[in-house]
Design a protein around this ligand. Structure first.
Ligand SMILES: N[C@@H](CCC(=O)N[C@@H](CS)C(=O)NCC(=O)O)C(=O)O
Length: 211
């Protein structure tokens, strides 16, 4: 049974999974739903928890970005052999998602006053809080979370790219150590060719408040 990843026609949370699948040379169906016409309630109600990404293999369905990313990286050098090192990478990806949980309420907020409050906190505090720390950890560990390429740097790259797209910023420029790691991932064999083929993502119109 072929592997299938379902998400929207943007990078978002699926992109680190796509990167890992391409880097590790796994064939999969990269099924993309149109984000502009979402929600399709029939499809949404058919999903285990109503959201993407979902990953299917052998008739089984897996939800949650981090569970999927770790699963598709299994049996490769992207999962550290040592239990402590595995935990350090997991700690990094959970922290990346702690950061990301501050971003989604901002771009989903429709009320301009509430949105402005969220924007201020995000841009004045949250980004710097997390990214100064990610930068430090990467700088102290040779450009990786724990001294060696792992699935954690793929997740970092996806979260940085999604932040750039949805917040209209360039985190790589603000945080050069993060930029160096992201650049490294984007140039890995398999990932590089995939990026060249898929082109540049555009911010979906419904999330563009023209600011
Ligand atoms: N914790 C979940 C979050 C999934 C999630 O937020 N998915 C969003 C896209 S990034 C979604 O499907 N949104 C559409 C909806 O909720 O209808 C994960 O990491 O997979």
């Amino acid at each position: 049974m072929p592997k299938k990843l379902q998400y929207f026609n943007i990078g978002g949370l699926a992109e680190p999974i796509r990167y890992i699948l391409h880097y590790t040379k796994q064939d999969f169906e990269d099924y993309r739903h149109d984000i502009d016409t979402w929600p399709d309630m029939k499809i949404k109600e058919s999903l285990p928890y109503g959201q993407f990404p979902i990953y299917e293999e052998d008739g089984r369905v897996l939800t949650q970005t981090l569970a999927i990313a770790k699963y598709v990286a299994r049996d490769t050098e992207l999962i550290p052999a040592d239990a402590w090192q595995r935990a350090v990478v997991e700690s990094a990806v959970y922290t990346l998602f702690d950061y990301w949980k501050n971003v989604t309420p901002y771009f989903l907020e429709a009320d301009p006053v509430k949105k402005e409050e969220l924007r201020k906190k995000l841009f004045d505090e949250t980004i710097e809080y997390y990214f100064s720390r990610f930068s430090k950890q990467l700088s102290e560990n040779g450009g990786y979370f724990n001294g060696k390429l792992s699935w954690g740097e793929f997740v970092l790259t996806g979260i940085v790219e999604a932040s750039n797209l949805f917040l209209k910023i360039e985190l790589e420029k603000q945080y050069p150590a993060v930029g160096a790691t992201v650049n490294n991932i984007r140039n890995l064999p398999g990932v590089k060719e995939y990026i060249a083929k898929r082109g540049v993502y555009k911010l979906p119109a419904k999330f563009d408040d023209k600011k």
